[in-house]
Design a protein around this ligand. Structure first.
Ligand SMILES: [Zn+2]
Length: 690
């Protein structure tokens, strides 16, 4: 989609704390004298034309073990380790500073310490949950139930930027420019209510899904038992039945990504008639949105279905569901028995990771999530030199120029459509490194010794800050990622891209490496994000970010026919005998990969001005370009994690992303790839969309 998540999906805050990522063991070899393609990461015994991913990364795959506390390992995650270590250093600075109360430094220190204080967390037991559990237990009517459900609404979903359609709360809100009025912020409401990542986990009939559901039910019972509930097995069975019923109302990921189905404006006063069941007045009062007149409902059928379930299912089942969801969300800041039980299911059973990340790393993640810009301000100052910013700025300019030329060269596109595409490129805001407008944390209260309270207030702070933007003018330069985030993003409603400082590091960007290397690595990522501006979703937004169809029907038809070829190319990839990629689900990301490589290669060639650049590690410049690209895709996953990715992620697994080079003509002579080799495509089978 016109969004990016090149790496992992944003998961709920608590899930992130426990996710099997992080760690700091595997490393990316980069001897001081060697900048660019890493020869020892390759496997020269593999023919590049048969398997470019293993040719480029076989050595790395061979010697890299997935650490026990992780589900995957790869270039992205190694960079994430690097960023985490640096952030740890910044948190240490904050710890030593003994800064004045109320300052960002003091908040960072207090938040970190509150999570590290395991003895304190243990001593409090389930005390911090008590008032919340009492409120749930005291529900006596559907009206009160609606109010309590409304209180759980958080700004924890994001439909287009960091694409996250998952919230375990009944619904989630995303505050973003209005589809029909991109100058003002609107409230998008999204479906929710499931703990497991996607409807498929409830409805899928494979053995693995059936087993996971059985494990999950045991886990729900165990959590309820730990919280002192009677008859935990009976309650867990009902909770699972309810979530199953909710899952049946949910849309699939592919449906969620179709923005044309999402632009549904509902007035607050229309909800009761359009989606009867839930007492909407009470729900919005609980959410503090009783004065918000308009909403955009992303999945109307899910809202109808979920609202009806509030009416049809017994309040007791909803109360148990609320209690279990509360315990699950805050398990990371509850006593060890609860936290461990959460990890046993969401870490081990779901992803195969057998150990949790060290506690200090989870504490750093928490600081990163709740005080991201406070950390980010320090990070940008210390780790992102002005020379790096200048060099990447120049690459962006050249890649955007390459896109202008590619658009001019399209023989199938109508001149009117081309003019609109050029206008979009001209107004595109490309942020490099960090935001110029930092988040103000003065209203976020962080208290020493209150791990639970800090996490609770953190979620509420984000929610209230977002809600306060509703109806206000859109700031197109607002970032959606912190500088220490290893990722990049396309913000279609703002017609903007963000490239945080933490991804502008080897193997993506190296100030000491050749241009061939940097264009192949980060240049392809920049091209990827720019191309999202024009993909099936991006083309729905005009230069201002408004939803407007600026394509002629003939252009759109041509675009759709060419994308079908790419759908078929990816449908044919089979990571497991019983599981193929879903070419439709991953189409926009695959187009972006192919277009990104092509545009960056053009920009690189243009930047040479006819000169022949030197070899590096024995490779000529085009070889460096493609190898650099493929080496950014180095990655290994446990089976469970890879299967989850294939089912739920709009990105193809890294292996197939590396193999996208087979669509680029220049790749063939660079590596002597020829007919009969597995990746070989006849010139007419290669997909060229942009
Ligand atoms: Zn993308």
């Amino acid at each position: 989609m016109a969004n990016l998540r090149m790496v992992w999906r944003h998961i709920a805050l608590a899930a992130m704390l426990f996710a099997a990522m992080g760690g700091a063991r595997a490393t990316w070899p980069q001897a001081a004298e060697e900048h660019g393609v890493v020869r020892e990461n390759m496997d020269p015994s593999v023919k590049p034309g048969d398997d470019f991913f293993r040719y480029s990364n076989g050595g790395w795959i061979e010697r890299t073990e997935i650490p026990a506390d992780r589900a995957t390992v790869g270039a992205f995650l190694l960079l994430r380790d690097k960023s985490d270590k640096r952030v740890k250093g910044l948190v240490d600075e904050a710890l030593k500073a003994n800064a004045a109360p109320g300052t960002n430094m003091r908040k960072m220190a207090d938040l970190y310490n509150s999570y590290m204080d395991e003895a304190g967390i243990e001593a409090k037991g389930l005390g911090p949950l008590e008032s919340h559990l009492k409120e749930i237990a005291a529900i006596k009517s559907k009206k009160e139930l609606a109010f309590v459900l409304g209180k759980t609404l958080r700004a924890d979903v994001d439909a287009l930027n960091n694409t996250n359609f998952h919230t375990a709360n009944l619904f989630g809100v995303w505050v973003a420019p209005d589809f029909d009025d991109s100058d003002h912020y609107a409230a998008y409401l999204l479906e929710g209510g499931l703990q497991l990542p996607d409807r498929e986990y409830y409805l899928g009939q494979s053995e693995r899904m059936k087993n996971l559901r059985a494990e999950y039910q045991k886990h729900v019972a165990a959590m309820l038992q730990l919280a002192g509930f009677s008859e935990p097995e009976t309650r867990a069975a009902k909770v699972l039945e309810l979530e199953h019923a909710i899952a049946e109302k949910h849309l699939s990921l592919a449906e969620n990504e179709d923005i044309h189905k999402a632009n549904n404006h509902w007035k607050r006063t229309e909800f009761a008639a359009k989606a009867p069941g839930l007492d909407w007045d009470e729900y919005f009062r609980g959410a503090g949105l009783e004065k918000q007149a308009n909403f955009i409902v992303w999945q109307p059928t899910a809202f109808v279905g979920e609202s009806a379930l509030v009416a049809s299912e017994p309040p007791q089942v909803w109360q148990d569901w609320l209690a279990y969801h509360l315990i699950e969300a805050y398990a990371p800041v509850l006593p060890k028995a609860v936290a461990d039980e959460r990890f046993a299911f969401f870490g081990t059973a779901m992803t195969g990771a057998s150990e949790q990340r060290p506690r200090w790393q989870r504490a750093v993640s928490l600081v990163n999530q709740q005080l991201g810009d406070a950390v980010g301000q320090m990070y940008a100052k210390e780790y992102f030199p002005a020379e790096s910013k200048a060099r990447v700025d120049q690459m962006v300019t050249n890649i955007v120029t390459a896109f202008h030329k590619r658009i001019d060269a399209l023989d199938w596109m109508d001149p009117a459509t081309k003019a609109e595409a050029h206008a979009k490129l001209k107004t595109l805001y490309v942020g490099i490194g960090y935001t110029e407008q930092w988040q103000d944390y003065s209203r976020l209260e962080i208290k020493p010794g209150e791990a639970f309270g800090n996490l609770w207030r953190g979620g509420l702070f984000v929610y209230q800050a977002k809600i306060a933007q509703l109806g206000k003018p859109v700031n197109r330069k607002q970032w959606s990622m912190t500088p220490q985030t290893v990722n990049a993003v396309n913000l279609p409603l703002q017609n903007a891209l963000n490239f945080p400082a933490a991804i502008l590091e080897p193997p993506f960007f190296d100030g000491k490496a050749s241009d061939a290397f940097n264009y192949g690595a980060i240049g392809s990522v920049i091209g990827h994000e720019v191309s999202h501006t024009f993909d099936a979703e991006g083309s729905a937004f005009d230069a201002k970010g408004a939803v407007r169809n600026w394509w002629t029907p003939a252009d759109l038809a041509h675009f759709e026919a060419s994308t079908q070829k790419l759908v078929e190319q990816y449908d044919a990839y089979r990571p497991f005998p019983d599981l193929a990629l879903n070419g439709k689900q991953t189409i926009d990301e695959n187009i972006a990969d192919v277009a990104g490589i092509a545009a960056s290669l053009d920009a690189y060639h243009a930047s040479l001005n006819g000169k022949t650049p030197p070899e590096q590690a024995g490779f000529n410049s085009d070889q460096q370009f493609f190898l650099a690209y493929a080496q950014t895709r180095a990655g290994k996953s446990r089976e469970g994690a890879l299967r989850q990715q294939v089912l739920t992620d709009p990105h193809s697994p890294s292996e197939y992303r590396a193999d996208a080079v087979r669509n680029i003509d220049a790749w063939y002579p660079a590596f002597g790839a020829r007919d009969g080799e597995k990746l070989y495509l006849k010139p007419e089978e290669r997909v060229r969309i942009w």
